[in-house]
Design a protein around this ligand. Structure first.
Ligand code: ADP
Ligand code: MG
Length: 207
């Protein structure tokens, strides 16, 4: 499975021009603030329209498809759980919204991310790290063909980061979908990256 990207888009004075192939595993997108990392992920997910180019996921051309039909799981810097549903409700909702059955069963995702004890909690009763694990579980249950994780640990303190990294490593080792992982933390990159794309001023300067 792979992700083939050829993206050209203009936002005001900023131009994003990226050609990248991301195979299965974690491709870390690394680069300074403002270099276009978030814009790139948003374009892959269909949250930004491209001016020209092609977004091919697992051989399917997604370029013209709206966000909800792209099968891209997206994790933002902050978890964005639905506040009126408990953890179980959030996970089931994501599963229902997925257009296909996730390759990992509900129970497998719960085990992978150790969510079993959190199911009855409401989002406001979760720590930052727990909420981010739930958000990751939600992304997995939507049956994604590709995962976009945009600085998923940057809002967490150092201790929490270290507790969540093993979950991400396990995810990388147990799924065969391409994962785009934005970070500017060199330690995270060293632990997670199978491939690295270096972004600078809207271009991928090294991949
Ligand atoms: P990063 O995630 O690497 O920090 P972003 O993708 O968020 O970078 O932003 C890349 C550049 O695009 C920045 O210079 C930002 O100011 C600019 N930008 C993002 N969205 C818009 C927009 N809607 N209009 C104009 N400029 C934008
Ligand atoms: Mg960003």
């Amino acid at each position: 499975m792979s992700l083939d990207l050829d993206i050209h888009l203009q936002r005001g004075r900023f131009t994003l021009e990226v050609q990248v192939t991301a195979p299965a595993g974690v491709t870390v997108i690394f680069g300074p603030s403002g270099s276009g990392k978030t814009t790139l992920l948003r374009a892959v997910a269909g949250l930004e329209a491209v001016d020209r180019g092609q977004i091919v996921i697992e051989g399917s051309d997604m370029t013209e498809r709206p966000a909800h039909r792209r099968a891209v799981g997206y994790l933002f810097q902050e978890p964005r759980l639905l506040p009126h549903l408990n953890v179980l409700g959030n996970l089931k909702f994501a599963q229902k919204m997925g257009r296909e059955v996730a390759p990992q069963s509900f129970d497998e995702v719960i085990a992978l991310l150790e969510l079993g004890d959190l199911l009855e909690r409401t989002p406001f009763a979760l720590s930052g790290g727990e909420a981010q694990r739930v958000a990751l579980g939600r992304a997995l249950l939507s049956a994604p063909k590709c995962l976009c994780l945009d600085e998923p640990l940057s809002a967490l303190d150092q201790g929490l980061k270290h507790r969540i990294l093993p979950y991400l490593e396990r995810l990388r080792d147990r799924t065969d979908i391409p994962i785009l992982y934005v970070t500017h933390d060199a330690a995270e990159m060293a632990r997670l990256a199978d491939h690295i794309v270096l972004m600078q001023a809207g271009r991928s300067v090294l991949s």
